[in-house]
Design a protein around this ligand. Structure first.
Ligand SMILES: [Fe+2]
Length: 214
């Protein structure tokens, strides 16, 4: 730590606390292929009569696709990923479960407004089909009070931004705390972006995990 008589703080003098995590990984090609074969086929089947969504109008499936056989590979993949996150967060080794899993199709012009996923612990998205102009997701500063005074900045940095844009590609698995607000910009591609979203919650939350620490 640098010695100082005033407020000449160096970068090494900054304490960073209460970090916000977004986990991002690329699923290995063999697993990715299996997921694609199964999931794209069943989604095609679901949309057989409806056809491709109209420009500007996103489509979401029912929220319980995790019970379907065709999603078994993806569910196993999410399960492994969630386990590693819960280990990282030292939350113990209690059981957890997917409480919802649904498909999203975003044609050209379709967006998703800012939202979070209440009553869950972890949420995530697996990207099956992304395209240039339809390959990002926005995460927003979860501290609304920081927006009350927002001076003009000379340079946008990780320290002063209120939004982080994460680039994704086919096979990207993203996971994040369910309370973290996020949004999707209107697709700028004439191809339909396809992703699968999900929620994860500890199974025995009310019995064990929500007990007060003191
Ligand atoms: Fe979401």
């Amino acid at each position: 730590m640098a010695e100082t008589y005033g407020a000449n703080f160096e970068a090494s003098d900054v304490l960073r606390m209460f970090p916000t995590f977004v986990w991002k990984a690329q699923v290995v090609p063999s697993v990715r292929q299996e997921i694609e074969d199964d999931v794209l086929a069943i989604l095609h089947e679901m949309r057989r009569d409806a056809g491709a969504p109209a420009p500007g109008r996103g489509w979401q499936s029912a929220k319980d696709l995790h019970h379907l056989d065709e999603f078994r590979g993806l569910v196993a993949c999410i399960h492994d990923a969630a386990k590693s996150i819960l280990d990282f967060l030292k939350t113990g080794d209690g059981a957890f479960e997917l409480t919802g899993l649904w498909a999203n199709m975003n044609p050209e012009g379709a967006a998703h407004p800012i939202h979070s996923h209440p009553n869950n612990f972890l949420s995530g998205v697996y990207y099956l089909r992304t395209f240039e102009g339809a390959d990002t997701v926005n995460f927003h500063d979860p501290r609304p009070q920081t927006g009350i005074i927002r001076p003009r900045v000379t340079e946008l940095t990780a320290e002063n931004t209120d939004q982080v844009v994460v680039k994704v590609s086919d096979g990207t698995l993203l996971m994040f705390p369910s309370w973290l607000p996020h949004s999707v910009d209107a697709s700028g591609s004439d191809e339909t972006r396809i992703s699968v979203s999900f929620n994860v919650m500890p199974s025995a939350y009310t019995e064990t995990m929500s007990k007060p620490l003191w």
